[in-house]
Design a protein around this ligand. Structure first.
Ligand code: NI
Length: 144
């Protein structure tokens, strides 16, 4: 069994602000990230996939197919966007990297079977680097 991890990048802006909290609490909690006009990140997303070696191809995952899926479901809708305003799912959900991880995982799972109709490979986890110091990890099995 192999684990294959592919790294992707996109740039996007966001504002961290929860409608469930007061203005003051939002400022306290998110600091500069609560700035009303938002700010940007160069996000690094790592997608890890697990599967056995296919004898004929000598590979565990068709990376072209994985790239196509990630491009369609994540890069095209997120790159150079304002996440709060332009990505369905963040109209009411705060676009923290934790929630971004959930959203990316959900999108990949939703289209997984169309891309990989066989038993393998399976989506294992997503890692998001918001800055070099902040890495967030979501296991695909945790998501519905
Ligand atoms: Ni931020």
């Amino acid at each position: 069994m192999f684990r294959v991890t592919r790294r992707y990048e996109f740039a996007a802006s966001h504002r961290l602000h929860s409608a469930e909290l007061s203005e003051e609490r939002n400022r306290e909690l998110y600091g500069k990230c609560n700035n009303p006009y938002g700010h940007g990140h160069n996000y690094v997303v790592e997608v890890s996939v697990r599967g056995p070696l296919d004898r004929a191809s000598g590979r565990a995952v068709d990376t072209e197919r994985l790239d196509g899926l990630v491009r369609a479901q994540v890069i095209a809708p997120f790159d150079h966007r304002n996440l709060n305003a332009e990505v369905e799912g963040f109209a009411r959900v705060v676009p923290t990297s934790e929630n971004l991880g959930y959203e990316i995982c959900r999108r990949l799972k939703r289209s997984w079977k169309e891309t990989f109709p066989g038993e393998w490979p399976k989506l294992e986890k997503i890692r998001i680097g918001e800055t070099p110091r902040n890495i967030f990890e979501v296991t695909a099995d945790e998501i519905e």
